[in-house]
Design a protein around this ligand. Structure first.
Ligand SMILES: C[S@@+](CC[C@H](N)C(=O)[O-])C[C@H]1O[C@@H](n2cnc3c(N)ncnc32)[C@H](O)[C@@H]1O
Length: 366
């Protein structure tokens, strides 16, 4: 049986499963789900084995909200002996396909963390063994397919592959970011990860650069503002709560103590709008689309809180609100949402218009 294996935050298996099943059905690919609560791994067993690759070709991983990483299985669960583990894995793989890279992975659980020590020890001999058998090569097949080894225990592994052009660059889809000691809150990592995820590195010089103006709604104590300041931006931070003095001392931050829903930017040339207000997601979604449609900012990154129940459907509905607002004005846009590693009960969204914003409300009045 061929399956798509997806990694998500433990506790979000249902959402991750519902999403792959829905998006697969849009591509007329069908199968059934197998998930265990809080394991952070979802199996989508395909009715038709050949369709694994079809799905990997057709659905960009970027379009999946709850999946951090994925692969198509090449083997069933392999029982590992105490000795000759490398040989057992090589044999199970055969030498039909070549891969350009190997990822040693475990579920993102406490047991998985323990297991990763075992994986680290096995990584070198396994790589060597795979190279010797020419399973791991410089280029690999399928435009550099990536080989995944998902260890469920020291005695069980599932092997599979993802396509290099449609995979996360991070092991298990988890970027390991270092908490900057000068940042005033741990939330800072969320915006750091969001920039890393949504904005391609080779575009940072034009889209994430010093001298830009930014607005941070729900900014206190300043974790997100810190990320903007760190990149040399001038930031207006809106929040009734206090901002960290270290940030105010940079001279790059103006603090406005007011309601983020009422704030109107004074400057014409705000590039970034970021928003981490803990508020009803529908309200935030509406506010963000208004800022973009009025041309009050060029790009926005914001969080949408997840409800206790019906989380996948709620995110789909919130995103639809934004899409409807953009479509009503016939603008081209880019809209991506991801349950990032540093997110918990929220997803992070990136939105920008790819065509000029429609006439602003002020202009319409005059
Ligand atoms: C999760 S915290 C933000 C943390 C911040 N991003 C950081 O990295 O330090 C949410 C903030 O939103 C603010 N907030 C909630 N509703 C707001 C509103 N209507 N207007 C302005 N700020 C609001 C709260 O005062 C709180 O400081």
């Amino acid at each position: 049986m061929t399956s798509i294996v997806l990694y998500c935050r433990p506790g979000f298996e249902k959402e991750c499963g519902a999403e792959i099943q829905e998006k697969a059905s849009w591509n007329e690919v069908y199968g059934y789900l197998q998930l265990t609560k809080n394991q952070g791994v979802v199996y989508f067993h395909l009715n038709n084995a050949e369709e694994g690759e079809v799905l990997m070709e057709k659905i960009p991983l970027r379009r999946l909200i709850f999946a951090r990483q994925w692969f198509v299985t090449v083997t069933e669960k392999i029982d590992l002996p105490d000795y000759n583990r490398v040989e057992t894995i090589c044999q199970a793989l055969g030498n039909e396909w070549q891969y350009a890279d190997l990822r040693m992975e475990t579920p993102d659980t406490n047991d998985g963390k323990e297991l990763s020590k075992f994986c680290r020890k096995l990584a070198v001999p396994l790589r060597q063994g795979l190279r010797k058998e020419k399973i791991l090569t410089e280029k690999g097949d399928k435009d550099g397919a990536v080989l995944h080894a998902l260890f469920l225990s020291g005695k069980e592994v599932i092997m599979g592959y993802s396509l290099a052009r449609n995979t996360s660059p991070h092991v298990m889809g988890i970027p390991r970011l270092k908490f900057p000691s000068a940042a005033p809150s741990r939330s800072t990592l969320k915006l750091d990860e969001a920039f890393l995820h949504f904005i391609p590195r080779n575009e940072w010089e034009t889209r994430l650069t010093s001298g830009m103006n930014a607005v941070d709604l729900g900014a206190a104590p300043g974790g997100w503002t810190y990320q903007l300041v760190r990149r040399g931006m001038m930031v207006t931070s809106v929040d009734n709560g206090p901002m960290a003095e270290s940030l105010m001392a940079t001279g790059q931050v103006k603090h406005r103590t007011m309601d983020g829903f009422k704030y109107v930017p004074q400057k014409q040339n705000v590039y970034w709008l970021v928003c981490d207000m803990i508020e009803k997601p529908q309200r935030v979604a509406k506010l963000m689309s208004e800022w973009l449609l009025k041309g009050q900012c060029q790009e926005a990154i914001f969080n949408l809180k997840l409800p206790m129940k019906g989380r996948y459907q709620q995110v789909v509905d919130d995103l639809q609100t934004i899409k409807d607002a953009f479509s009503a004005h016939k603008v081209k846009y880019e809209l991506y949402a991801k349950h990032l590693y540093y997110d918990r009960e929220e997803v992070t969204v990136h939105a920008r218009l790819l065509s000029p914003p429609p006439v602003t409300l002020d202009e319409r009045k005059s």
